[in-house]
Design a protein around this ligand. Sequence first.
Ligand SMILES: *[C@@H]1O[C@H](CO)[C@@H](O)[C@H](O)[C@H]1NC(C)=O
Ligand SMILES: CC(=O)N[C@H]1CO[C@H](CO)[C@@H](O)[C@@H]1O
Length: 239
Amino acid sequence: MLFNLISASVLVFGLALQAQGHAIISPALGVTGTPVRNDVQQPSSAKECGNVNIASTLGSTTPIVANADGSFNATIQNFNAGKDGSRQVKAVVDGTATGKSFVAATVTKNGDLAPTNVGTQQLTVQLPANTKCTGGSSKDSCLVSFTTAGGFGNCVVVQQKAAGATATKAASSASAASASASAAAGKGKGENDGHSANNAAAGHKSSSDNTSTCNQKRDERAVGTRAARTYREMEEAAM
Ligand SMILES: *[C@@H]1O[C@H](CO)[C@@H](O)[C@H](O)[C@H]1NC(C)=O
Ligand SMILES: CC(=O)N[C@H]1CO[C@H](CO)[C@@H](O)[C@@H]1O
């Protein structure tokens, strides 16, 4: 009995030494069922989804459907406490869902930097306003990669049903475009602030210049149909 207790303590101690801050964001790319510690990746700028094979898992991963305003919720679960098991994340998004062209997204509701417990928290992310999810067989999926302050994380699949549909209509029909232009005008300042933050955060990302140019155009399109057309052409060119 005592021996069992001791070996159990040794085992727990050993596991604690191994445990270097793992946390996973669900529903994780390539993970079915309840995620376990081994599902956790270590995203890097070269491999934002870690070692997960994006092409072969994209279609079978449960997607998160984004709101029409480009926000979505996800759940983060850590497997050990402390900063190593941080539930505080940064997020980047790849509209093509190929894993090749990520830009910064804004985490509007984050988790604890150094949680004292093991558990879950809700994350809320705002995609940049000009994001178009074009990946996957339904051509409406983005990949979002999360990295915790502990260096762990993974990708999730985000579907852009409402916003994607609006964008597609806008590209093919002038009336839809002016409708979404007035919607954009109505949203106004808050979005722009988000863009500046995104662009600053994107920093090293190659598309940040294009992002800011597009954002400018997006705001201008409320001014008139010519601007709207320019913006649409730009969007089409970007696809
Ligand atoms: C995220 O969750 C909050 C509740 O915590 C809810 O109000 C909000 O609508 C959710 N957002 C999305 C995009 O589902
Ligand atoms: C308008 C603009 O800034 N276009 C640039 C977008 O980014 C590509 C490379 O990613 C450049 O080649 C373009 O000049």
